[in-house]
Design a protein around this ligand. Structure first.
Ligand code: SF4
Length: 185
């Protein structure tokens, strides 16, 4: 099959919301017809999203002082990065920032915090719940959260407080991870 036919076949699968197999995805990455690939991607975007997009914004809700040693991260206490350090913000400045973002037509708003992760009994959890409840009551923003590795119980608490989407990077493969970070898997 020619590159063009293959790209078209994959495009039609994507438009029909069908999953590509691993081999199909790998073959797509090897295609030499970049123009056809970009054109197909644009067609998918036009059909699935049109000219609309989700505009998201984040606030650095707790900065620096992290116990972990992720090598790329300015927030790690293991490295001298000069990053600003502070504990979890209070509700009022978060609400102010969220309000400004909403006025600027932001759709989604997330608290992003330094640290390895979040557990249901963390000392910051009551304040985090309070912040999200206030955001839910006083804004129409889609609320997101990014606090690192989370327990199911912590996620439930976030959800009950108004969080709709949780974000966490995978960073790299399990095999390579020890080269990036030694303090957690
Ligand atoms: S756990 Fe998160 S905040 Fe801490 S060093 Fe790693 S990436 Fe940075």
């Amino acid at each position: 099959m020619s590159d063009l036919n293959f790209i078209n076949e994959m495009k039609n699968k994507a438009i029909a919301s069908e999953n590509l197999s691993k081999n199909e995805a790998l073959n797509l990455a090897k295609t030499s017809d970049l123009d056809a690939l970009l054109s197909a991607a644009n067609e998918i975007r036009q059909i699935c999203c049109g000219d609309e997009f989700n505009f998201c914004s984040i606030i650095n809700a707790r900065s620096g002082k992290c116990s972990e040693d992720c090598k790329y991260c300015a927030q790690s206490a293991h490295f001298k990065t000069g990053c600003e350090t502070y504990s979890l913000l209070e509700t009022t400045p978060v609400l102010q920032m969220a309000g400004q973002n909403e006025k600027a037509k932001v759709h989604r708003f997330s608290l992003v915090a330094s640290g390895r992760g979040i557990r249901e009994n963390d000392k910051d959890m009551p304040k985090i719940e309070q912040i999200y409840r206030a955001l839910r009551e006083q804004t129409n923003l889609h609320l997101c959260a990014s606090f690192g590795i989370a327990t199911k119980e912590a996620l439930q608490k976030l959800k009950d407080s108004g969080v709709k989407t949780y974000h966490h990077n995978l960073e790299t493969s399990r095999r390579f991870y020890p080269r990036i970070c030694t303090t957690h898997s």
